[in-house]
Structures are given as C-alpha cells and as structure tokens.
Write a protein that binds this ligand. Structure first.
Ligand code: BES
Ligand code: MN
Ligand code: ZN
Length: 496
C-alpha cells in the first residue's frame, strides 16, 4: 500500500508540499521548471496557496506522464510540526480520496522541515492517509457499484529507503488500528454483542498469536465476578470477560494491563436513560475498542514489552432479573458495593476487570472507558479525562499522548473524594455518590480496585465519538487513545 522509492517512474497523480517562501526550491523548483514557470505564476496569481493545510489541484498536461498535481500548502517552514504534517496530509489525501484516484506519488522531501525529518513525514503521511480515507461501514442498499479507494501510495525520497519504509509501516499500522476501533464503535448493539466482541478478540489473538482466555458466565459465577454479573443480570445475552496476553519479553513480569469498558449497549437499567440520552449508547464499548485497536497495533509492531488486555463485556438491560437500586453486590475483589444508580454500570464491570488484570500479573494498569457524562461537561469533546494514583506513570502516559497528538487532561483525587465513594450504610462502597464531580467519583471508585498498583484511568465519554466530520475522518467512532496506548507501550519497551 505504501512504497518508498528513490526514482520517479511516472504517475498520473502527483503530490508536493509547498512552504511559504519567496523562492521555490528542490523538487518544487524542478517541477516548476518542467512546467515553464506555471507554478510560480499560479502562486503569484493566488490560484495555488502555500497557506498551511490548503490544497490546490492543478492540471499539468505539459508534465511528462503526470495529469494532475496536488500542491499542499505547509505554512512557514520554521513553524512546521509533526502535527501539522499529519493535518496537511489528511486534507490532501481526503481530497484525492474523494476524487477517487487509486494511485498517487508523493514527493516526501518537500514535506521535510527542521522539526519534521523524512521518517516523521513518512509516518505522518501513512497514518493520515489511513485515517482520512476511512469510511463508515453502513447497511445502506447502494444503487451504484462500490467505488475503489486509494490503493497505492508511492513515496519518492532521497533519504534512507529502509528507514522511510519502516516509518510508513508504523504510520499505516497506527492508522489501521485506529480505524479498526472506529469500526467496532460504529457497529450497532444488535450486531456487536459481548459474544461478537469476544469472537473478534479471539480472531485477533489467532492472527497475532496472543494467548486468549474468554470467561463464560458460569466461570464468572465460580470466581465471584459480582460486578460484571450484576450489570449482565437484566440481559438475555451472556457476558464475556475477554483476556488477551501478548508476551514481548522472556518472562511474564513488568506487565502493562489495559482494561477497556465493553458495554455493548447501555440503557441505564432501572435508572433508565431518557429517550434522547439513550441514543448512541452502542458506543459504550469505546474503551474496549481502543484496547483492541491497540492490541492489533502491538501484534503488528511486536514491541519488547508484556501487554495484557482485559475487557469485561455485556449490555446493560432491564428485565425482571435486572439489578436494582438498593441492591448490594460482592465484587471479584471481595469489596461490597451498594447500587444507588444502575446507570453507573461501567465502574461495576471495570472493578472486576481491574481486579482480574491484577490476578493475571498486571504490574501497572490503564483503564479506558466511556464512563461519565460528567467528563463531557468538564472537558468537552476534544479532551480525554485522566486520573491516577501514581504521578510518574501518569507523566509517561501524558508524554505518549502528546507524541501521538491526542489531548488528555488530569483531574484530581482527594481524600475527601475517597470518603464520598465509601459513604454507604450497607457496603464498602457506593456506585453513585451524587452529581457533584461525578466524573471524579467514577474514577475515584475505580482507584479503590487498582489499590496499590500504579494506575491511570482514561474517561473517553466525550472523545470516543464525534458528531462532526473532519479531514481525519467521518462522524461516529474516533478510535481515540489507540495511538496513545501504542505509543505508551512502545516508549516503555524502549525505556526498559
Ligand atoms: N455510558 C455512560 C456514560 C456516557 C454518557 C457515555 C454520555 C457517553 C456519553 C455511563 O454508563 C453512565 O451512564 N454514566 C452516568 C453516571 C451517573 C449515573 C453517575 C452519567 O454520566 O450520567
Ligand atoms: Mn450507564
Ligand atoms: Zn455506560
């Protein structure tokens, strides 16, 4: 799909980057010369722009073998970052994808700046190409023949081909894994049950040789997974506790545990959601999708690090057997929980997920969950909320998120917050201490199950889906945190 070359053969579709400069140079100058100064003239006339992320298409019958040239404005060279490169490539590729071109040659070196070397540019190109050409797999009957997507991108560079090719691969894997998470999030609840999610995980395991364990309801009952079982109580679909193990080191220690909320549909249960609040709740397995997306990338890139994925999965339904407010349940950890709100179900399932990850040897924990509407009120839909019991681990994750270009922001846990989640006449904990700071209450509750194990909680309720399309993809699932988790694992492998 992405191929690095030193020499340009010929391709009807060509792409170059253009920094804001008084003089064209390098490949741009060469092309301008072949076009008898047409590029310079178009720039002068304002028909081609060097403004950041502006894409112009020009037809070039006088350029041998080339029919059309996409000129991508890059802004000022000194200010051009890795993030800018991703943005510019996404705009350009989206246009080319919409123009339904199947083949493209990119003059990579025209995108290289002081801050963005050829390898960064290659990563940015491949990742953005994957993300920006993503289309939601819908169930519409289409009258037209399916159109062919962009298939091959030839990357022309004077830099080390091996390195550029490797960076293209990493970018492609990051983009593809993110798209896989998007597809899972977009799937309707009736088509992606806990059973379906478990099958998907098992297929991933087979493909990448992960160890795979899928716990059935009876085994959960034996183990006493009262949290996940309580959420499942109202359902006619069986619950699944999904476990994947990737062993990247000689011994099973230093294990990064990734725990993803896998609620395939959240009605709220007896604390029923409103008719408006319930729409979109097929995305309540967004955390599971992020973790599975990350595992796909880990399976491809095979870092020297042990990674454990744990996904408690069920839907949250109503029936005569469903859990009720006032019920008291016993979690896998042994801690008892008074149910005050059946719509605070994610933390019940995740409590068992965190405990089970520890049973499987996780020495650090990262949970990812569409956990609270409160995080949307606090941080909006661009920033993922984070909480931790271990500042150094959080700092590692913060840096990984920055490198991956995904925004996260930390919320505090205070001793008084801990008192609020323990405030119950009947049990060790309650699952809903009230609306004040309820995103913090959910995270604080989970912290009680992480206990002494270093842990970071990521609340993606606001970021797992988007209701507007951008150059990075359509509305719907975003695959948020896939790239952050993979970057975190890769950085960790490098540091050890
Ligand atoms: N899945 C929801 C959180 C959510 C809300 C995700 C909106 C995406 C968009 C979660 O299970 C939930 O219902 N949380 C409640 C918690 C409350 C009952 C303490 C919420 O945020 O209202
Ligand atoms: Mn809920
Ligand atoms: Zn939920």
């Amino acid at each position: 799909m992405f191929y690095a070359f030193h020499d340009f053969e010929k391709n009807e579709t060509l792409m170059i980057g253009l920094f804001k400069k008084s003089q064209l140079n390098g490949k741009a100058e060469e092309i301008d010369r072949q076009l008898n100064g047409q590029l310079t003239q178009l720039l002068k006339d304002g028909d081609v722009s060097s403004t950041k992320a502006k894409v112009s298409k020009i037809f070039t019958p006088s350029l041998p073998g080339v029919k059309r040239l996409y000129v991508v404005g890059l802004g000022r060279e000194a200010e051009f970052t890795f993030e800018d490169a991703k943005h510019c490539f996404a705009e350009a590729i989206q246009m080319i994808h919409k123009d339904r071109k199947q083949e493209l040659t990119v003059c990579l070196d025209t995108f290289v700046s002081d801050r963005v070397n050829a390898n960064d540019a290659a990563h940015a190109l491949a990742e953005s190409a994957m993300l920006s050409s993503y289309e939601v797999q819908d169930y519409k009957h289409k009258s037209n023949e399916p159109e062919r997507p962009l298939e091959n991108v030839y990357v022309l560079t004077d830099h080390d081909l091996k390195e550029v090719q490797a960076s293209l691969h990493v970018g492609q894997v990051y983009g593809h894994a993110t798209n896989s998470a998007r597809t899972l999030v977009n799937m309707p609840g009736n088509m992606l049950t806990a059973t379906d999610l478990a099958s998907y995980a098992a297929e991933l395991a087979a493909k990448y040789e992960f160890e795979c364990e899928i716990l059935e309801k009876e085994e959960m009952e034996e183990l006493g997974m009262g949290g996940l079982l309580a959420v499942n109580q109202g359902s006619s679909e069986p619950p699944k506790m999904i476990v994947l193990k990737y062993q990247g080191k000689e011994t099973w220690d230093d294990v990064i545990g990734l725990v993803g909320k896998g609620i395939t549909f959240d009605t709220g249960g007896y604390s029923l959601k409103t008719k408006d609040g319930i729409v979109g709740m097929k995305s309540d397995m967004g955390g599971a999708a992020s973790v599975l997306g990350a595992m796909e990338a880990i399976g491809e890139l095979r870092p020297e690090q042990n990674v454990l994925a744990v996904i408690p999965s069920t839907d949250n339904m109503i029936s005569a057997t469903a859990m009720k407010p006032d019920d008291v349940i016993v979690s896998l950890s042994g801690k008892t929980i008074e149910i005050l709100n059946t719509d605070a179900e994610g933390r019940l399932a995740l409590a068992d997920g965190l405990t089970y990850a520890k049973h499987h040897g996780a020495s650090m924990l990262i949970d990812v969950a569409t956990l609270t509407g409160g995080i949307i009120v606090a941080l909006g839909t661009e920033t993922t909320g984070a909480m931790t019991n271990h500042e150094p681990l959080y700092e590692e994750l913060r840096q990984a998120a920055e490198e991956a270009g995904e925004a996260i922001w930390q919320l505090p846990i205070t001793e008084k917050d801990k008192k609020r989640v323990k405030n119950s006449q009947m049990a060790d904990l309650n699952n809903s201490p009230g609306r004040e700071g309820h995103a913090i209450m959910a995270g604080t509750f989970l912290g009680e199950f992480a206990e002494q194990t270093p842990w970071v909680h990521l609340d993606i309720a606001g970021t797992a889906t988007t209701n507007k399309s951008t150059c990075f993809g359509p509305k719907g699932g975003t695959g948020v945190m896939v790239r952050t988790l993979v970057t975190f694992v890769e950085r960790f492998a490098g540091n050890m």
